[in-house]
Design a protein. Sequence first.
Length: 317
Amino acid sequence: AAPPPPPPLKLRETPSASPSLWRSLPCPPAELRLDLVLSSGQTFRWWESSPGAWTGVLGDHVWTLRQDRDRLWYTVYGKEEDGHPAEAAMLDGAEMERILRDYFQLDVGLPALYRAWGAADPLFCRVAKDFPGVRVLRQDPVECLLSFICTSNNHISRITAMIERLCQAFGRRLCYLDARAFHAFPSLSALTGADTEDRLRALGFGYRAKFVSGTARAIAEGLGAEGLRGLRAVPYAEARRVLCTLPGVGAKVADCVCLMALDKAEAVPVDTHVWRIARQRYGAVLGGRSLTPRAHQEIGDFFRGLWGPHAGWAQAV
């Protein structure tokens, strides 16, 4: 018989409940709005665990985040060791803050970008007032790539459920919070078994099962996780070209990964929605009648010309 699950940790909803386990850093809403960023379809591993509090997996740890006026508060839960949970994570304060700053790319000043985009584009100006603090996340490249392969012909709630099943089936259990199990995103090696595709099909991945397992294997046998991360250092066009050689990765998925995991702020993911906006609102005569690779390129170039080197960030708003 399987051993009983370890006793769960309690979900921490507010800093006042256990102040010694929370930390904060200065971060005004104009720089970051958690509610807009974590629910926007950039990532699928966070949920609003209580009003204003977001709990999810970042790296190898489970976090709860919340905002209070000009501060971003965070707490990190301990991982299971030998089946026993630890209350607090074995991370020092400086390391926790570094992970969070890196993930939200807090070194990029957002208000100045909003002003520049607004000056270049009156349409952006009108929309941006209702959507302050929308940043692009800097995600782990393997997690971002395999997650976005699951997004084709799909919607956020279904993708979120698929990624959750993927992590439960193939990822290491990190801890229980209020009886809910949290798992790390699977390692490449966990996804390269001969039966991975069949197991993913059984989990409801459909035709995407072949692409997720095929891409995991292609990376494991080729670039490796470090090589994929190394694409952060190569030009955008080269990173995009490499990604498009992988099973199930077309221009849209490649651009999402370039933007959200590989430091290519100029990458503009183009789908039919973005294409329609470019034509209807901006009067851009682009790309013929269907969304061909050439149309992808022309629409991306159009928005890069309009919004500049952080065009992908502007589009996220």
